[in-house]
Structure formats: structure tokens, C-alpha cells
Design a protein around this ligand. Structure first.
Ligand code: PBG
Length: 340
């Protein structure tokens, strides 16, 4: 080769991408995105009773906890620096009905959990979902009349439930039921009740996805659900429709936007961040968690590295944070790394 021109130099004109990748220190220097504990929201499942820690079979490593144990977990999360929890209740079957009326009980399980957490661990944020699915006997997110999930009646209920959740101390209301007009209705109801400081994280784009299966087992709606949620969740085929849905939530007063599920919808995360500039969060849902866990438990992938790679991918796609069942694992990993 000496004397004659190197063929690769000729092709690249001397531009070689690998120079910046040559050592650990160059790679650290040019790294564009980083995952920190501040990016994490931890979704948790609450059950009635005391001293209950009940594993979710389809989500190895995830437990349903009674309020007392949840408070301890919240303290641990806060100590690790996790900014917020998102709570999901598993309501007793006897309290579920056609209209989800128990969502309007001021002392129901989700509100009891919020009160207890805010009292014991005031420095962690509590995000509560107002969808009706934990409270309905049919597992749908809204009121079922005949075979229709009725929009306006559901919105009325959800707005009232949001005020009760805020009364209990919820910091952010996250409506996940995808009814039309709910963000505006919740904003009006919160403001009328003096909850101007309570925010709304709109499940702006929630897709009719098969990735929610393990969650439905965790809160006991899996066996109940009649039919599917396609009349209110977005078709996974539709990106432009998702953007239009998010635009309405922005107009109605959403403070933050969420994309759910996460990894299969990174294009939506990116478009949403570019278009609206609001904080955007991805929900890495139960099925995404379980597939990583299952493959890792079989020794087919390195679970920790895949977990970190997926979460970093959300950051690269423009997300400000991620709701993930891995939150505690990641926070511990990051804390260990910081100590070395
Ligand atoms: C319903 C709701 C769902 C999830 C949270 N709230 C979806 C559903 O059951 O249809 C999914 C969360 C997950 O899969 O991790 N309002």
C-alpha cells in the first residue's frame, strides 16, 4: 500500500466515522443522549389489605402492593431520586359495576394510596390515572350502555373523579381512557375546585395495542374485558390521526403528553416532540417489560443491557422521560455506576 493511495481513503476522502468511536473516552465525549434517574416514572399496582406484596405472574419482578408496603416502596424510590410514581389500583370485584361508580368514592383505593404516599413521602410526585377500567365490571375504560362506550357520560365521571384524586393529593392527572373532550373537561373541573396547580399528562396517543396483556392481569381486568377497545384507542396503523388527537389535547390544556405503548411508537414520540414542544413521555408498557424479562430469564438476551438500551432509545426519540416498570432497577443501576 505504501506509496500508492489507500483505496478506502480514496472512497471516503479521508472522512472516517470510526475515529470518534476509537476509545471509551472518545465515545463518552461524543455521546448525545444520557439516561438519568430524573427521566423515570415508576408505575405501581395497589391492592387492598395490609402487608401484601403479591407478584404479578406475567411480569417477573413486579409486585402488587398494599398501601402500607407501597408507602415503603415510595420512600425507597424517593431515596433513589425517582421523581414520580404512577399508581394503578386493583379494585375488589364486589366494588366494580357497569358505570365504574366507585371511582367517585373519595376514599377508594387509589385515593387512599395517594393520601398515604403524600403524607409519608411528600417529595415524590404522584400521577393518577382517571380511566374507569379498574372500576368497571366489564373492564372497559368508560361507561358501557348496550354495546357502546358512551363518551360524554364518561367524561363527566372522569372529570369528577379527577377532582377527588386532586383532593387526595394527586399532583398530575393522567387520563388514559381516550374519550373526546376529557382533557378540557378535567382542566375546567380542576380549576373550578381550586386545583390550578394540578397538572394534566394526557395519554395523548394511546394505541389499541396487544402489549397491555400483563397489565390487565395485574389489575384483574383481563378476564373481564368484553370485546376490544378499538372504538376509543387509536389504530396502530395511524400516525397522522395520533398527531391530530394530540393536537386537541394540547388545545384543551394538557401540560404534558404521553405516548403509549413506547418502543413500537418511537416515530410518534419524535413527531410529537417536534410538533408541540411540550414535555413528552413514553409509557414502556407491561408487554414490553415482560418480553425483555422473559428473554433475559431464558438467557437469550442480556436483560440489563437491553433494558438500558430501550430506555436510551426513548431519549434519542425526543422523550423527556419514561414510565417504566424497570424504574427501580435502573435507578439502582445508575446509583451503583455513580459510586464507581
Ligand atoms: C387502561 C390502561 C391500560 C394500561 C394502563 N391503563 C391499557 C388497557 O388495559 O387497555 C396499560 C399499562 C401497561 O400495559 O403497562 N386505562
Amino acid at each position: 500500500m505504501t506509496g500508492s493511495r489507500n483505496i478506502v481513503d480514496e472512497i471516503t476522502g479521508g472522512r472516517r466515522m470510526r475515529r470518534n468511536r476509537k476509545a471509551d473516552w472518545t465515545r463518552r465525549l461524543v455521546q448525545e443522549n444520557r439516561l438519568t434517574v430524573d427521566d423515570l416514572i415508576w408505575p405501581v399496582f395497589v391492592v387492598p389489605g395490609t402487608n401484601v406484596v403479591d407478584p404479578v405472574a406475567a411480569m417477573p419482578g413486579v409486585n402488587r402492593m398494599s398501601v402500607d408496603r407501597l408507602v415503603e416502596a415510595a420512600r425507597e424510590a424517593a431515596d433513589l431520586g425517582i421523581p414520580a410514581l404512577a399508581t394503578f389500583p386493583n379494585i375488589e370485584m364486589s366494588l366494580r359495576d357497569e358505570t365504574g361508580s366507585h371511582c367517585l368514592a373519595a376514599d377508594n383505593l387509589i385515593n387512599e394510596a395517594t393520601r398515604a404516599i403524600k403524607k409519608a413521602v411528600p417529595n415524590i410526585g404522584v400521577i393518577t390515572d382517571v380511566a374507569l377500567d379498574p372500576f368497571t365490571s366489564h373492564g372497559h375504560d368508560g361507561v358501557l350502555r348496550g354495546d357502546v362506550i358512551v363518551n360524554d357520560e364518561t367524561v363527566e365521571l372522569v372529570a369528577k373523579a379527577a377532582v377527588l384524586q386532586a383532593d387526595a393529593g394527586s399532583d398530575i392527572i393522567a387520563p388514559s381512557e381516550m374519550m373526546d373532550g376529557r382533557v378540557g373537561a378535567i382542566r375546567q373541573a380542576l380549576d373550578a375546585a381550586g386545583h390550578q396547580n394540578v397538572g394534566i399528562m394526557a395519554y395523548a396517543t394511546k394505541f389499541a395495542s396487544a402489549f397491555y396483556g400483563p397489565y390487565r392481569d395485574a389489575i384483574g381486568t383481563g378476564g373481564l374485558l368484553k370485546g376490544d377497545k378499538k372504538t376509543y384507542y387509536i389504530d396502530p396503523a395511524n400516525g397522522t390521526e395520533a398527531m391530530r388527537d394530540a393536537a386537541l389535547d394540547v388545545e384543551e390544556g394538557a401540560d404534558m403528553l404521553m405516548v403509549k405503548p413506547g418502543l413500537p411508537y418511537l416515530d410518534i414520540c419524535w413527531r410529537m416532540k417536534e410538533t408541540f414542544g411540550l414535555p413528552v413521555f413514553a409509557y414502556q408498557v407491561s408487554g414490553e417489560y415482560s418480553q425483555i424479562k422473559a428473554a433475559a430469564m431464558n438467557g437469550w438476551i442480556d436483560g440489563e443491557r437491553v433494558m438500558l438500551e430501550t430506555l436510551l432509545a426513548f431519549k434519542r426519540a425526543g422523550c423527556d422521560g419514561i414510565l417504566t416498570y424497570f424504574a427501580m432497577d435502573v435507578a439502582r443501576h445508575l446509583a451503583r455506576k455513580a459510586e464507581i
